[in-house]
Design a protein around this ligand. Structure first.
Ligand SMILES: Nc1ncnc2c1ncn2[C@@H]1O[C@H](COP(=O)(O)OP(=O)(O)OP(=O)(O)O)[C@@H](O)[C@H]1O
Ligand SMILES: [Mg+2]
Length: 402
């Protein structure tokens, strides 16, 4: 167990009449390289998990705002850790482990324990992880998403509504897992081979959809439906309660996987050879920008998204944007995550992004802004605790709390 001793609580002067309160925050995450996936796992298993520097950055932003941060693993140690820690709120970035709705695991536990948490709730996180079900909901709302079919066997009959080229991907993965240039299939033989690969390697249905050949955009926002006038930074939000970041265009032409923003392309640092181009704000007509924002708002409302999200689009053969998928737990690494690139491009400081996500959630739960962590706990020195790999992250902090 390692304590980051000596971190000071910086109580910034409030920017409005609503004074941010110091809360005891559980920052919940799954870290890369901490799970042994076993010999049968695909090579990109665990790619969507977070890097340690992401946790450091988020914890730093929260501490800078005056909070006490305890970093917790989103695994089977979490029920006991949370029950003992009793945080005022959880900052949830955990992707979860196993099952068909892993991104809903931490929200479900928080609901069970009655602890507030950031970002979307159980049902939304479960649905949004499942790309096929998400597309069904969008289609039902009359929103544009490419024609699709879910394959449970390589022998399934191909829906006559689908014609080649098609795109094949795992139905419940992220960070480009299972996606490379071979995901584009041009005939029946390649389709069935790729479906077979996805079913075997990822042990889940394969989503087969019409290939979208056009430009790729991603649209991120913070916010919730409702009157933003009582928020700590009300000027950030539109009248519906949302703040949209500048649209980010991904230029896949120059990447290691031309035309496809897949797992390998996502692994490169920005600007390095093999990485796609990131253009923010995208050079697009205002009409298209407004269309993307409107679709993002409607697609998010259809799913009940909360606090933060990012939706990926691609243009079809008709040049119009189609909804590809939603990330209700978008990456929050200050250097490489798409949402942070967007926020930086409009000049929003990283700590503002992080604390706004926190306050949006706090507002939903009517968390009393004046509530304070016991003064003794706040001044003992170890405002943050963090475990080394393999150690039970919650243990020392639990002792410290007693
Ligand atoms: N129907 C499609 N037509 C063309 N390209 C597609 C299609 N679906 C996905 N892609 C390409 O594959 C990439 C990854 O797909 P998708 O966004 O669904 O996966 P992901 O792993 O969930 O992404 P994220 O990293 O955003 O979580 C897209 O960014 C896009 O480049
Ligand atoms: Mg995506």
């Amino acid at each position: 167990m390692r304590y980051l001793e000596g971190s000071r609580v910086h109580k910034k002067p409030p920017s409005t009449s609503r004074k941010p309160a110091p809360w005891r925050i559980a920052l919940i995450a799954n870290l890369k390289d901490e799970i042994d996936w076993g010999p049968d796992a695909p090579p990109d298993a665990g790619s969507e998990f977070d890097r340690r520097d992401t946790l450091e950055a988020i914890a730093g932003a929260l501490e800078e705002d005056g909070h006490w941060v305890h970093i917790c693993r989103g695994d089977d140690s979490l029920p006991e850790v949370l029950a003992n820690l009793r945080p005022h709120i959880c900052f949830n970035i955990a992707e979860g482990v196993g099952g068909d709705a892993r991104e809903a695991q931490v929200p479900a536990l928080c609901e069970l324990l009655g602890i507030p948490y950031t970002a979307s709730q159980v049902l939304t996180n479960a649905l949004s992880l499942d790309k096929t079900r998400t597309k069904r909901i969008w289609r039902d709302h009359g929103l544009p998403t490419s024609t699709f079919q879910e394959f449970h066997s390589p022998e399934d009959n191909l829906d006559p509504a689908l014609s080649f080229p098609l795109f094949v991907k795992p139905s419940r993965e992220g960070t480009g897992m299972g996606v490379d240039t071979s995901a584009v299939v041009r005939d029946e033989k390649a389709l069935r081979q790729r479906v077979d690969y996805v079913l075997r390697a990822y042990n889940q249905p394969a989503l087969v959809e019409a290939f979208l050949p056009g430009r790729e955009f991603t649209v991120g926002f913070i916010g919730n439906p409702g009157d933003p006038s009582r928020r700590s930074r009300p000027w950030l939000y539109d009248e519906d309660g949302y703040h949209f970041f500048p649209v980010l265009e991904i230029d896949n032409a120059i990447s290691i996987s031309p035309g496809v923003y897949g797992h390998d392309a996502k692994g490169f640092d920005i600007g390095v050879e093999g990485a796609p181009g990131y253009l923010c704000p995208a050079d697009i007509p205002n009409r298209l920008r407004l269309r993307l924002i409107d679709l993002t708002k409607r697609a998010s409302k259809a799913l009940g998204v909360r606090d933060v999200s990012r939706i990926d689009f691609r243009a079809g053969t008709d040049g119009r944007p189609y909804l590809m998928e939603i990330n209700t737990l978008p990456g929050l690494n200050p250097e490489v995550s798409d949402l942070c690139i967007m926020a930086a491009s409009e000049g929003m400081a990283y700590p503002v992004l992080i604390t706004e996500i926190l306050y949006l959630a706090a507002e939903r739960y009517s968390l009393p802004f004046e509530e304070r962590v016991h003064e003794q706990t706040m001044t003992e020195g170890a405002h943050r605790s963090m475990a080394t790999p393999g150690a039970p992250w919650g243990y020392a902090s639990r002792r410290q709390q007693t």
